[in-house]
Write a protein that binds this ligand. Structure first.
Ligand code: NAP
Length: 310
């Protein structure tokens, strides 16, 4: 079977940490080109921008790894040029942009994988399977990390459309919406916004399932202690705990084995999924985590907090 020739747009942290090594190890993809304003990638044709890459390289698909504010224009350009698209999270700057992309991909019979990488964390599928046989009573999400450690120099996070603490927080919501079978909606939100930023540095959400299970979520980018990415689910048959961003799952107090790729546990299966979708001529778009964040921006009370300086 021919490999899928992939062009990568935006050579930043996630491209270097995950996409490039996974693509280099993949039997299904060839990293055929990159487009970057500042970086070339060894032994890969490197272009300065997307249109140069689309004109100059023979590619079937593009992985968009730039900040969310320019995902829409980039993805639209790729679809218009007949390329399949893997779109990094958060998908776009607005929910309507994502609707337009999904419709355009369907119209052109191209694949759009609007990716939620955290859903591929080793414990998530198992937790979802277990939750299907239980009734959720309540849940708690604690997503606390040090922005200086994980997002150095990423000023786009603080600009409008940059999501702030919801850049990682949306990962928690992508897991939550994957494992909880009931629809989840937002009841209340508080957003802590530094006076020199457009996006929140911390947030508390009060959510509920339509069945009435309450979910409390805390997101904090100012956290310098033990980094915490946990979701605790209380069910009618005992607790289900997802830790380390979904990597570890404990059921009724017992940690379960979850076989996974040791080096890239989320992005190896993510690219496998992309290959399956391209070969099957299908797309995968799930806007639920994105809508919850959009609702938090709509409904949330804003508290001004001290300016953020890196
Ligand atoms: P990053 O380190 O800032 O890299 C983004 C790259 O996009 C930049 O290096 C730059 O590459 C390019 N770019 C194009 N236009 C830009 C602009 N106006 N401002 C800044 N950069 C621009 O960010 P990242 O962490 O890789 O994140 C990129 C996307 O992946 C985001 O949507 C993010 O949420 C998602 N993501 C990140 C992580 C993570 O752990 N960091 C994990 C999963 C998903 P060139 O200089 O090459 O043009």
């Amino acid at each position: 079977m021919k490999t899928i020739r992939l062009g990568l747009l935006g050579v930043g942290k996630i491209a270097r940490d995950q996409h490039i090594p996974v693509l280099r190890a993949s039997a299904e993809f060839t990293l055929a080109a990159v487009a970057s304003r500042h970086s070339a990638v060894d032994s890969t044709p490197s272009f300065h921008d997307l249109s140069q890459m689309l004109d100059g390289a023979e590619i079937d698909a593009v992985a968009i790894c730039t900040p969310p504010q320019n995902h829409f224009e980039a993805a639209r350009t790729c679809l218009a040029r007949g390329k399949h698209v893997l779109l990094e999270k958060p998908p776009c700057a607005s929910t309507t942009e994502l609707d337009i992309l999904a419709a355009e991909a369907a119209r052109q019979r191209l694949t759009l994988l609007q990716s939620w990488h955290s859903r591929f964390a080793p414990g998530v599928a198992l937790a979802a399977e277990i939750l299907r046989g239980r009734k959720l009573r309540r849940a708690t999400v604690i997503w606390k990390e040090d922005v200086r450690r994980w997002h150095p120099g990423q000023s786009w996070i603080w600009e409008a459309g940059g999501f702030g603490v919801f850049d990682p927080g949306i990962n928690a919501l992508s897991i939550l919406t994957a494992v909880v079978t009931d629809e989840i909606f937002l009841r209340d939100a508080t957003l802590h916004v530094p006076t020199n930023c457009q996006t929140p540095i911390a947030a508390e959400l009060s959510l509920s399932t339509v069945g009435g299970a309450e979910i409390a979520a805390e997101f904090d980018f100012r956290h310098t202690g033990t980094q915490t990415w946990d979701i605790a689910l209380e069910t009618d048959q005992g607790p289900v705990l997802l830790q380390q961003g979904g990597s570890v799952v404990a059921v009724d107090g017992k940690t379960l084995d979850t076989p996974h790729d040791a080096h890239h546990p989320e992005y190896t299966p993510l690219y496998r999924r992309f290959a399956e979708l391209v070969r099957a001529g299908r797309s995968d778009v799930d806007a639920r985590p994105f809508r919850l964040v959009a609702d938090a921006f709509l409904m949330g009370r804003r508290l001004a907090v001290e300016p953020f300086h890196e």
